[in-house]
Design a protein around this ligand. Structure first.
Ligand code: ZN
Length: 95
């Protein structure tokens, strides 16, 4: 019985190593692989297109952080500026 458990453990270790190898290949194909981070024990791939963190933008008037997708935007000199409210945008334009 002990031998069976030993074989089972060995199989799991081999299977996991094998899967990690396959995953590494798939990541290599999908895009540039992040630096070896398997030490974390879980997949924390920073793949392009994977929305892990929303990039916040700061309102130049009051300093409130806003999500660009939901904010009031204005393009000034080719650069989009995001405001948290119409009031802030009006104030920015009146300057
Ligand atoms: Zn504001």
């Amino acid at each position: 019985m002990a031998r069976f458990i030993l074989l089972l453990v060995l199989f799991v270790v081999i299977a996991r190593t094998f899967w990690r190898f396959i995953d590494a290949i798939l990541r290599g194909v999908a895009g540039p692989a992040p630096p070896f981070d398997s030490a974390q024990g879980q997949h924390r791939g920073r793949r392009p297109g994977q929305q892990s963190a929303v990039k916040m933008s700061q309102c130049p008037v009051c300093g409130t952080y806003v999500v660009p997708g939901k904010a009031i935007s204005m393009v000034s000199g080719g650069t989009p500026i995001y405001f948290d409210s119409e009031k802030c945008r009006a104030e920015y334009q009146s300057r």
